[in-house]
Design a protein around this ligand. Structure first.
Ligand SMILES: [Zn+2]
Length: 149
């Protein structure tokens, strides 16, 4: 499973002490799977929320992943990827109409398609299934590459 996780402090709703949430999202069996677990030093760990499907990904978890891990980027193998195939995958992945798919395809080509790693990886998987060797690059990998030394 390709994914990433974050931790943040929360008040424990059982004892009122300071607990720690750990949340993560990844791609498993063609879907985004996510979970948030609370670990209280007094009450122990427990699962707070979990689910699958990007439409149910909690906005707070997504925002924390984007803020702490940085946006992942979708990379195409080269400029000669056929537009029709690219747009077809984008349409089925996002449910958008044809003009939006054309705009989305342009964003992908310019390297401007970003999101949390699980979202980008899922789209990359769908593109690979359609024969386009797309990859998801995590923000951490991108900064290492550009810093060089
Ligand atoms: Zn507690």
């Amino acid at each position: 499973m390709i994914g990433e996780g974050v931790r943040w402090a929360v008040p424990c709703d059982a004892c009122g002490g300071t607990a720690e949430n750990s949340g993560g999202a990844g791609v498993y069996a063609g879907r985004i799977e996510w979970s948030i677990e609370m670990d209280c030093p007094a009450c122990g760990p427990r699962l707070t929320e979990c689910g699958s499907g990007s439409e149910w990904l909690p906005a707070e978890l997504r925002a924390r992943l984007l803020a702490e891990c940085g946006p992942a980027r979708l990379l195409l193998p080269g400029p000669d990827v056929p537009s029709v195939a690219l747009m077809k995958v984008l349409r089925s992945a996002t449910g958008c109409d044809l003009p939006s798919a054309r705009a989305a395809a342009e964003r992908v080509r310019r390297g401007e398609w970003t999101g949390i790693l699980a979202e980008v990886e899922l789209l990359a998987e769908q593109l690979r299934a359609a024969g386009i060797e797309a990859t998801a690059r995590a923000a951490s990998e991108a900064s290492e590459a550009s810093e060089g030394s």
